[in-house]
Design a protein around this ligand. Sequence first.
Ligand code: NAP
Length: 257
Amino acid sequence: MAEPGTATQLSPASVFDRDSVAVVTGASRGVGRAVARSFAAKGLRVMLAARSADDLRALDDELTARHGDGRVAHARCDLRSADDIGRLADATREHFGGCDVLVSNAGIGWYKPFLEHTTGEIDDLVRVDLTAPMLLAHAFLPGMIERRRGLIVHVASDLARRFLPKMAPYVAAKFGLLGFSGSLLREVKEHGVKVTTVLPGLIDTSFGGDDPSAEGSRDDSWALRPEELAARIADLLELPPHVVIDELAVHPLHQDF
Ligand code: NAP
């Protein structure tokens, strides 16, 4: 059954079809898992990537049971590692032959004073939130350009364009991601490849906490649910070929943004 609010199956006008392949990072939970479910419901084939092998396997089993054999695969990938990113690209080509839609969704961040971030945390954050999306685009763009068809979605944050104390490294990385994403769009659009930066407000996931099971337990019940954001991201698949949404800002109505 499809997620609430998600239309099943691509419309015939979509440039994507049942042969199209999406790679989704951060697919083990939160927004990435919801995006993977939405895309599979739309009929795409999906490669799931994250570090948590058990969670990936559980989602692979769930989606395979729902949509059939051969439609979903998963690859364990630590996005801090360029080698792992290369292996993810290889696994995608081996399983599915290529990638038409890349959703660079994985992200990390902590709300605490700058000096309480360790240097290791700062390094990891920049690798996951900024370097990895560039390396992933580098790996998958050539195939998209060759086929003159592709979509890259960067899940940034509304903090990609406003300042916030106690999240300085995260805000810096998301500003950088917006800069990369918008510039890349203007470079590759002539090849038929679209790039969209998603700028969400608060989402009810376990982001920033130590407990991955905390999803759905925020006090702020007015936050976006991951499925609600995923449905808006899945809408991007339906745009006519000549239309691009370069920035997609989505907020809970009651957030102060
Ligand atoms: P989440 O529930 O914490 O999920 C984060 C995902 O990133 C997990 O699947 C995690 O998988 C993956 N990840 C983390 N480190 C990784 C690494 N080193 N290698 C590979 N994968 C890694 O967070 P979320 O809320 O869904 O966040 C998704 C995106 O939305 C992020 O880019 C975040 O910045 C952005 N965002 C979130 C909010 C919010 O309020 N939650 C608001 C605006 C923007 P593993 O741990 O299994 O590797």
